[in-house]
Design a protein around this ligand. Structure first.
Ligand code: MNH
Length: 473
């Protein structure tokens, strides 16, 4: 966690001060964006010191590819991820690799994302999308994109994973769990930076006391999810069913109650804000690029036909190739999980000449890697979904696109998120014309993830353009 890189000198922002380090100009509400702006000026590998804690940033596609080599590197743990362990414990996202519950939960839960499970989640996604469109359809004036998308993704994870309706669309408000989660995560992030500060221990103790009721609320909610299931039953094959019933095929081990609670919290947190943000960024770019929006809508007409309320079948979802490219491109421009850390398994020397030892970590700065001109060309700052055409993707630098992380610790929910997001976008664009707020300027809100702040859109019912029957492709 100290991350001292054996005292090697790394480029850092100008004006470093004794004790406090590089805090000058650091706006805590946009700390990550400040890191990105600084690191962009400082070369492939740079550092930033906040009190005694050193952060090291990798910014190029080349260095990212090197750090993604699974033979030499593994998932690293930043102070922010370590602070998250107060929440997720040894749940999948926050578990250290040596903790026995990581391989156990991983092996038990991977099948819950296979095709047969996804076919069941498809029905859930259709239902929550109906609820979102009804909710937005009944709204006068512009709708708040992030709020609606968060309701949608929250309901789909709770219903798909735990067969549990959180009633998000029954009230105007955001579900209290989301507030508790955001507050707890924010405290966790502050805790991460404070840990190395003078009097940091005291400040952390105060934060933890202030935060205790949020944590207690979340834990009560999760315990209620489990006890309700035990009383009333539910889908035996959803994530919760698997965790309660299944044993590891080789070792015969099962997750205990604490482990199950940690996994549920992990899925609630990891499973919704990320997808909500990805949907919101995609909509933002579609609103900015009318010609892209028109093409995406033409694709929905081609696949879904003349009925604006038509719903895609499971098999149709992967056919929205253009929409999928829009989503991929939005996640390139603004990956909602904007970085992940890597640490060496044994001492290594990087191509930059720096020595890296176990315990040292570097954070891969995805917004910079995803816009590295070496991998993406000189127009890397432009939104252009067609970069993801197969013929243009072929030959691109390996590991230059990593919105879902890498290797064995990469995102377990990737297919879940992509299927859900494409389905929702297809339904929305098919049924509605979208009018942007002409004055909107993209501002990025930092929670645990990145989200477009205060994005709104006006929806107008749309008449799909009838497409003549074609011979099947
Ligand atoms: Mn997800 C890990 C991004 C949706 C559950 N996720 C990761 C990592 C990234 C990531 C990056 C790796 C982090 C690291 O190396 O430290 N996840 C995303 C994005 C989306 C997303 C950009 C949506 C878009 N994730 C989801 C959904 C779920 C989910 C949906 C659940 C249904 N993610 C996880 C879990 C892990 C993870 C669980 C940890 C996996 C592991 O370490 O075994």
């Amino acid at each position: 966690m100290r991350n001292d890189w054996s005292g090697q000198r790394l480029p850092h922002p100008p004006g470093r001060l004794p004790i406090v380090g590089d805090v000058r100009g650091l706006d805590p509400r946009r700390a990550f964006q400040t890191f990105v702006e600084d690191a962009a000026q400082l070369g492939p590998l740079s550092a930033c010191k906040i009190f005694g804690q050193q952060f090291v940033f990798a910014t190029t596609a080349e260095l990212c590819a090197e750090l993604c080599d699974e033979r030499r590197f593994e998932k690293g743990f930043t102070p922010a991820v370590i602070a998250l362990r107060d929440y997720g414990g040894d749940g999948l996202f926050t578990a250290y690799r040596h903790e026995p519950n990581w391989p156990l939960a991983h092996d038990l839960l991977v099948p819950a994302f296979a095709k047969t499970s996804m076919e069941r989640y498809h029905e859930v996604f259709l239902q929550v999308t109906r609820e979102l469109l009804d909710w937005w359809g009944a709204t006068e004036g512009p709708v708040v994109v992030g709020k609606g998308m968060t309701k949608l993704t929250m309901e789909s994870i709770t219903r798909a994973a735990f067969s549990r309706d959180f009633g998000s669309f029954e009230s105007e408000q955001t579900h209290p769990f989301v507030h508790a989660m955001v507050a707890a995560l924010r405290a966790g992030q502050q805790q991460g930076t404070l840990s190395a500060a003078p009097l940091g221990r005291l400040a952390i103790a105060r934060l933890k006391r202030k935060n205790a009721h949020h944590l207690a609320y979340s834990e009560r909610l999760v315990d209620d999810v489990v006890s309700t299931r035990r009383k009333e039953g539910g889908d035996q094959e959803d994530l919760l069913g698997i965790m309660l019933e299944e044993r590891h095929p080789e070792t015969g081990e099962a997750l205990d109650d604490t482990a199950i609670r940690n996994q549920i919290l992990t899925f609630l947190v990891a499973g919704h804000e990320t997808t909500s943000g990805a949907l919101s960024f995609t909509l933002h770019y579609l609103l900015q690029h009318r010609e892209v929006l028109a093409r995406a809508q033409a694709e929905t007409d081609e696949i879904l036909g003349a009925d604006p309320d038509a719903e895609p079948t499971f098999e149709q979802v992967p056919k929205f190739r253009y929409l999928r490219r829009c989503l991929d491109e939005a996640l390139r421009m603004w990956p909602t999980v904007p970085g992940f850390a890597r640490t060496p398994k044994q001492e290594v020397t990087l191509s930059t000449g720096h020595r890296m030892r176990p315990g040292d970590w570097a954070l891969i700065m995805l917004p910079l890697v995803h816009r590295d001109p070496v991998a993406w060309g000189e127009d890397a700052d432009q939104f252009d979904p067609d970069r993801f055409l197969p013929e243009r993707s072929r030959g691109r630098m390996k590991h230059s696109y990593k919105p879902f992380g890498t290797g064995e610790r990469s995102c377990i929910g990737r297919q879940f998120a992509l299927h859900e997001a494409v389905l929702v976008l297809a339904r929305l664009l098919h049924a509605y014309d979208l009018e942007p707020d002409p004055d909107y300027q993209l501002r990025i809100e930092e929670r645990l993830t990145l989200l477009p702040e205060d994005l709104t859109v006006r929806l107008k019912r749309r008449v799909p353009v009838a497409v003549p029957e074609r011979t099947p492709r």
